[in-house]
Ligand binder design. Structure first.
Ligand SMILES: [Zn+2]
Ligand SMILES: [Zn+2]
Length: 164
């Protein structure tokens, strides 16, 4: 069953790569009963400072939150995910994808890699361990994906050797 929650993210200023910006996150319960303990997370090319936690969302209730977001790369594709938590476990969730325009800095050299928070499970090309949704990754132009922590001190891609 999909969690009957709709999510909308609206930047309150211009999104620029690597700069924090305020945004409005709207959460609505369109189901037939109140929902308790909802966590809203953002994955993909835009990150949120922290997840939004909602104790209770009544039927037809629409809540707005001001949150801080930052574009990790100019593609601007984000996955908004709402999960219903019971104890430590996610018992139900829904996810929606949105795309935003991100201003690319004039004169900024196009990077040979992208940085974003994973939204599906992947495997790191360097340590061969799993990358879970929400982990920060470095995605090289050669299509190899790494944990950010595995390659953050490297100046070249360990898979193809190109300069980052
Ligand atoms: Zn790794
Ligand atoms: Zn590479």
């Amino acid at each position: 069953m999909t969690l009957p929650v709709s999510l909308l993210l609206r930047p309150l200023g211009e999104l620029k790569e690597d700069e924090w910006c305020m945004a409005e996150l709207t959460v609505n319960n369109y189901g037939e009963e109140p929902i308790s303990f909802i966590k809203v997370e953002i994955f993909g090319d835009i990150e949120a400072e922290k997840p939004v936690q909602i104790d209770k969302l009544e039927i037809d209730e629409l809540l707005s939150f001001q949150i801080k977001v930052r574009a990790l790369n100019p593609d601007g594709v984000v996955v908004l995910k709402a999960s219903k938590i019971e104890g430590e476990h996610v018992v139900d969730f829904m996810a929606t994808t949105m795309k935003f325009s991100v201003r690319h800095e004039q004169g900024k050299i196009h990077k040979a890699y992208k940085r974003y928070a994973a939204h599906t499970e992947m495997v790191c090309k360097l340590c061969q361990e799993k990358i879970y949704p929400g982990f920060l990754v470095v995605h090289c132009g050669c299509n190899a994906v790494f944990h950010h922590k595995c390659v953050q001190d490297l100046t070249h891609c360990p898979a193809c050797g190109r300069k980052w």
